[in-house]
Design a protein around this ligand. Sequence first.
Ligand SMILES: [Zn+2]
Length: 190
Amino acid sequence: MVVRKVVTVEARQLFRLDNEVLAFRFTATMSDRAGTAPRERLTNPGRLKLWLHAAGLGVPDVSPADLQDALDLREAIYRAGLAVAGTRRPDPDDAAILNRAAAAGQPRPALENGLAVRHLSEEAPVPDALGMLAADAIHILGGPDRNRITPCEGPGCAGLFLDTSRGANRRWCSMNTCGNRVKKARLADK
Ligand SMILES: [Zn+2]
């Protein structure tokens, strides 16, 4: 099964899809993490299906158990990312969750007609999709750019991003959302 990216208007309204790192775009499905009321956007299996389609990991169906697995993986990625951002080692339990998910999924990337596509199996497309997310997280969290992982300074955000700016001085997960919010707040203060 070849899957391609399908970003619907609904997906754009529900999710923040602008993080360059796939694994961190996934952790952003829980937003306002540092605020008083974190916002869970994966509130039902249908929403996870919608998000996976928008991430180029479209699956035909998502069960409640799949959703729970996805949320467990997502939170392990977030905790591990926060640890790495603080120059600590991820908790072994979180690393184990990532490793298990990566080992369980067998997505097959392929170059077809000049474009990168992913094949998910017919038998277990959701574990394959989660395996892809886990593999991406492992690649980032343990790779050469891991010291560039940063939590957003936007008000209440704490979303993770990879700071690839030359001076390593990027402060917001996204200029369009958090960056703009801070700018507007500054203007209002003047
Ligand atoms: Zn942010």
